[in-house]
Design a protein around this ligand. Structure first.
Ligand SMILES: [Zn+2]
Length: 295
């Protein structure tokens, strides 16, 4: 029974994959009219795909390779690479969704979109050119938006529990290896609520402790230390990781901690509008030149 269900699900997934691929081939370079409802639904899909993809890359790629946010140069390069891949994937999901919503004959989807069409009048449909070859360009544009919204390229990589993490923005100088005083803990709690745990980004439903950086067990003689706000969960993970010889335990992923810079914008639409504008402008210039020659 279970095997039959899995086989049916795989067959269905295969059919959907084939359908999407056929749409990609048949619509490449063609203009497709997009209405507001389809654009909103597809943008939501792209908006979910972007952080999901960033989180998946952390887990399946960067954590096993132990590439973490504290590595300055490699971190910047790998973070940019991750953003390019995730931005391109979200744009691909957006474009595929636009085409599928337009052409899908599935009645359940039709009923849903029909209901939404009744609520949201499509007053300004836009014709966009569907070019999957442009997805690297969309990925690059997503990277620019990420930076403009205040993101650091390295912050999309996992945190190292023995270094300042991906969310490390505020810190307080530590006087030696002693625990933080009450006054320092209060300041660290404020920093934690504002920026989150420096390792995992968690801001709510946790208390914060003062995390020595470098950790007390690893600090060299005479080296200065700072307190960073850290959640209790990461603090106990760090304790186990520092004692253990496993370097993998020292890597903490944080795919579910979202910030404003994880916002994905439906960039294929403004870029397509820009292309439409440039193409209309050059057509007008061509026709002007043609009429001048005729005169
Ligand atoms: Zn944490």
């Amino acid at each position: 029974m279970a095997d039959e269900f899995v086989a049916k699900a795989l067959q269905k997934a295969h059919n959907v994959g084939d359908k999407i691929w056929c749409r990609i081939i048949s619509n490449e370079g063609k203009f497709t009219e997009v209405n507001l409802t389809d654009a909103a639904l597809s943008s939501a899909l792209g908006g979910v795909t972007f952080p999901l993809c960033l989180g998946a890359l952390q887990t399946v790629f960067f954590r096993p390779l132990r590439i973490t946010s504290n590595l300055r140069l490699i971190g910047c390069v790998c973070g940019s690479f991750s953003l390019l891949i995730s931005g391109s994937t979200a744009s691909l999901a957006f474009l595929s969704s636009i085409l599928l919503l337009r052409e899908n004959n599935d009645s359940s989807v039709d009923v849903l979109t029909d209901k939404l069409h009744l609520r949201v009048p499509d007053r300004c449909p836009v014709a966009i050119s569907v070019c999957y070859k442009d997805t690297p360009l969309y990925g690059f544009a997503s990277l620019v938006v990420f930076k403009l919204l205040g993101g650091k390229f390295r912050s999309v990589l996992p945190s190292s529990l023995i270094h300042p993490g991906a969310f490390a923005r505020g810190y307080i100088p530590a006087k030696g290896q002693n625990y933080a005083s009450v006054a320092v803990r209060q300041k660290l709690t404020l920093l934690g609520k504002k920026y989150g745990c420096h390792s995992c980004g968690k801001r709510w439903r946790t208390s914060f402790v003062g995390d020595h950086m470098p950790p007390n067990k690893l600090v060299r003689k005479g080296q200065r230390q700072w307190f960073y706000p850290q959640c209790t969960s990461c603090s106990s993970l760090q304790g186990a990781a520092v004692s253990s010889m496993s370097r993998l335990l020292r890597v903490k992923t944080h795919g579910s901690s979202l910030r404003l810079y994880h916002l994905w914008l439906p960039l294929p639409i403004p870029l397509a509008l820009l292309r439409n504008y440039v193409s209309d402008k050059s057509d007008m210039q061509d026709s002007d030149i043609g009429s001048d020659i005729e005169d």
